[in-house]
Each structure stands twice: as structure tokens, then as C-alpha cells.
Ligand binder design. Structure first.
Ligand SMILES: [Ca+2]
Length: 215
């Protein structure tokens, strides 16, 4: 991702492609390692990019969570902004046709300013050459959540409250060899402030039953 001056953009982040060992750990029903972000460094299994860190400032479980943040500002050449996409991810082996679902919780201690400025969880599929085959980041239409959608924490989200995010079910396209499970914070709001989102208690699973899997 080019961090220089870029045009206002709401494209979904495709994610970095990195050669990573396949993660085979299982923890409390999730395929993720350290799904509660209690560990630091390589031990955690999470790869962090841009403004991201395991933080002890807030936690839904244990004593830590994942913080993804940004500093978004206007520049002297409107309508351009300096923005950031920050996040963390794990990579797992995946077969074409397999169905995946990622859920988790997100919280912002202060209401986010501006738009687009949002935190999401996302799954992305890649082929053997590292080509991005697509991403699923939004499942709409769930009125029970206070996020703008069921998978996006925005300026509409109440501050200080952990909100459940849910990708819905994503089917791996033909050619898939790996899936990446992301926490992401995207900010091209030009709000001239540092802000971000905390994530905790993610669950990634392979869906095997339409009705009850991975709830
Ligand atoms: Ca935690």
C-alpha cells in the first residue's frame, strides 16, 4: 500500500501476500493462533502491518487486544488525503470450495471522526502465485448490531462498547491455496486526528453446516 498522497479511495484492502508457514493451531473453536491477542511478537502468529500492535490499553478478554490505527489528514491539494490501512492477519491453507467465516469484536474508545474511517474483519483468498482471488468483508442486514453493518465499526458505533463483527460465509474460489484472516482499520477521512479500533476474541472456522456452524 502506497502511503504517499493518494486519491480518496474506498477500495477494499487486498492485503499483503507473504510466504508464511501454515498455521495448524486450534484454540477454543477457532483455527487462529492467539485469537485473543494475549501474546506479542512472532509467538502470537499474527503478522502486523502499518500502525498496529498488541495493546494492553483495552481488552474484551484477558488483558490485551489488537490495535489498528491511522493518522488521516488533508493535504494542500484537495480533494486528496493522506490515509492509512493498518491491520493484522494470519494465513491458513484453504481448498477451493471450502467455506469460511470470521467473527470477532471491535471497539473504539472515542467515536471515530469522518468517513471513510472504519474497522472490519475480512477474509481474503489467494492462489499459489499469490494473486488475490477476492475478499469478503461485509454481511449486511443484521439489525441486532450497533455497527453500521454487521461487519463494520464506524463513526456511528458507540464509543467504548465491544461490537460483534461477522464476515458471513465466504466460499473459496477456484485456485485458492490459502486464506488470510484480517483485522483492518481503514482511514481516508481527512479528519486530522489519530484514531483507530481495537479487536479481540476472533473466531475463524470452516463452515460445514448452513444453520449452526461457526455461530
Ligand atoms: Ca484479549
Amino acid at each position: 500500500m502506497n502511503r504517499g498522497i493518494i486519491a480518496f479511495c474506498t477500495m477494499l484492502f487486498a492485503g499483503p501476500v507473504a510466504l508464511a508457514p501454515v498455521i495448524a493451531l486450534s484454540e477454543e473453536g477457532t483455527l487462529l493462533s492467539d485469537a485473543g491477542f494475549e501474546l506479542e511478537g512472532d509467538e502470537s502468529g499474527w503478522r502486523i502491518f502499518e500502525i498496529g500492535k498488541v495493546s494492553g490499553d483495552h481488552a474484551r478478554s484477558g488483558s490485551r487486544s489488537m490495535f489498528n490505527g491511522a493518522f488521516s489528514r488533508t493535504v494542500p491539494h484537495p480533494p486528496y488525503f493522506v490515509g492509512t490501512v493498518s491491520g493484522s492477519y494470519q494465513e491458513l491453507a484453504a481448498e477451493p470450495g471450502s467455506r469460511w467465516r470470521l467473527t470477532g469484536y471491535a471497539m473504539t474508545p472515542r467515536a471515530l471522526k469522518g468517513t471513510p474511517a472504519f474497522g472490519i474483519v475480512q477474509v481474503s483468498f489467494f492462489d499459489a502465485d499469490g494473486n488475490d482471488l477476492g475478499a469478503v468483508e461485509t454481511q449486511g442486514g443484521d439489525d441486532s448490531t450497533k455497527a453500521k453493518t454487521s461487519n463494520e465499526i464506524t463513526s456511528r458505533a458507540p464509543a467504548g462498547e465491544w461490537i460483534r463483527l461477522d464476515t458471513g460465509i465466504a466460499t473459496a474460489p477456484e485456485g485458492t491455496v490459502v486464506v488470510h484472516a484480517f483485522t483492518l482499520y481503514v482511514d481516508y477521512s481527512g479528519s486530522n486526528t489519530s484514531q483507530g479500533v481495537y479487536f479481540d476474541d476472533l473466531v475463524l472456522c470452516v463452515v460445514t453446516d448452513d444453520d449452526e456452524a461457526c455461530e
